[in-house]
Design a protein around this ligand. Structure first.
Ligand code: COA
Length: 260
């Protein structure tokens, strides 16, 4: 079965991470499927709203760590390959998505599992949701525009705490930070997102698109920062700290950064 499920109903496209045996860790093939679906949804008049969701016990463990080691994305600007890396296409599809984008989050939302939420219009979280941005702990740096969007949302000191210490934070704090709209029991979060999506799907599209475009006009410099993040991320991913950190996670041991 596909690792990204696509379900269309009444103008709502729901994209579900479906690799629960690996905690919905996202591979290059999954980013490709997500990017293709988002790009098609942006163009398709039959799609009025998109919802991203995972499983009741896990949104996503973020980028697949084995993929990171064995197949690091070519993230350099103007990379030699004609087609940008799948993760880059997915991030760009999030940044430019012109219609309402919702997320329903339950369980862990690691790395890109949290940063993708900064591009969503409405986010609903289960009371078991655990958000984390462990980029520094993995020898990496933020992606998806988080280095701009998170400080804009919560201020520099709090964003630095989340991005530098990389410790998990939970649903109530995420609401208080303004990252999440509402907290629900895990069994209700997907239904809540669908109900809100249905309300949006019934509204005039031109007004929704204009509202979203106007709200995003203030995100000056986002595209440039996302480009810088990707360059640094790609370089760090090939460095010794990331290799040590990722191997340590996979081997379930503490990393040793004494020489990094
Ligand atoms: N990439 C690849 N595989 C992953 C993964 C990831 N990001 N996250 C989890 N998995 C795999 C585990 O290796 C394990 O595989 P196995 O059953 O073959 O041993 C399986 O998914 C279950 O993971 P496990 O760690 O046992 O589940 P858990 O419920 O105890 O913990 C998480 C869940 C998400 C908290 C934990 O898996 C985790 O921290 N993962 C790494 C997250 C991460 O660093 N992501 C990168 C962000 S940039």
């Amino acid at each position: 079965m596909s690792e990204i499920l696509e379900h269309r109903e009444a103008g709502i496209l729901t994209l579900t991470f479906n690799r629960i045996e690996k905690k919905n860790a996202i591979t290059a093939a999954m980013y490709s499927a997500l990017a293709d679906a988002m790009v098609a949804a942006a163009e398709d008049e039959g799609v009025r709203v998109v919802v991203l969701q995972g499983h009741e016990q896990c949104f996503t463990a973020g980028n697949d760590l084995l993929d990171f080691l064995s197949n690091p994305p070519d993230t350099a600007a103007g990379a030699s390959s004609a087609q940008p890396a799948p993760v880059v296409r997915f991030l760009e599809s999030l940044r430019t998505f012109p219609k309402p984008l919702l997320a329903a989050v339950a369980g862990p939302a690691v790395g890109i599992g949290t940063t993708m939420l900064l591009h969503c219009d409405l986010v609903y979280a289960a009371d078991n949701a655990a958000f984390s941005l462990p980029f520094v702990n993995l020898g990496l740096c933020p992606e998806a525009g988080a280095s701009l969007l998170l400080p804009s949302l919560v201020g520099h000191p709090r964003a630095a705490e989340k991005l530098m210490l990389g410790e998990p934070f939970y649903a109530e704090e995420a609401v208080e930070m303004g990252l999440v709209n509402r907290v629900l029991p895990p069994g209700e979060v997907n239904a809540c997102a669908q109900a809100q999506a249905a309300k949006l799907a019934a509204k005039p599209m031109a007004s929704l698109r204009a509202t979203k475009a106007l709200m995003k006009m203030g995100q000056v410099g986002l595209q440039q920062i996302m480009g810088e993040e990707l360059k640094l991320f790609g370089a760090l991913l090939r460095g010794p700290a990331a290799k040590e950190a990722i191997s340590a996670v996979m081997e379930k041991r503490k990393p040793d950064f004494s020489r990094c």
